[in-house]
Design a protein around this ligand. Sequence first.
Ligand code: PNS
Length: 164
Amino acid sequence: MEKTPKIAIYPGSFDPITNGHIDIIKRAIMLFDQVIVSVTRNLSKSPLFDETERVQMIRESLNDFPHISVESFDGLLIDYAREKQASAIIRGLRAVSDFEYEFQMALVNRKLHDDVVTVFLMTHDKYSYLNSSIVKELVRLGGDVDFFVPAHVRTRLEEKLRVK
Ligand code: PNS
């Protein structure tokens, strides 16, 4: 009998993708047969890049990494996860400060549908202080972000943020 593939969604705003996100994706693919990196809107943030740009940057960063696909969606995460027949939602945890928000989201999603589990993965400690907002601020002020994002993402950030 054929085994049903284990599918996980890795959702986020990815504005833009960082090396911390890539680290989580590589860990997730060790646990699941397929990981769908899913770009969506976080209503409390105003993104710098549009959805198409964010999807493109993720695809370029993953270089056709096997068993990973990238797409975008609108609406509720839990509905989308069920539509994709995912058994899990992956979220990265960096520091304790992430926990309260992540815990709340996981519990709300579980309340809506408890057939999809939220799985928290810890980033490598070298990325534990990293987020997309800090990267944007660094680029805006001329800081070096080579350690934090792939080279093509840095170029896109510079194009958008540096004063011409
Ligand atoms: O990368 P982020 O900004 O921390 O990701 C947050 C995100 C996009 C996963 C969250 O805002 C989300 O799930 N948005 C989709 C709408 C939704 O389902 N909201 C209810 C979450 S409990």
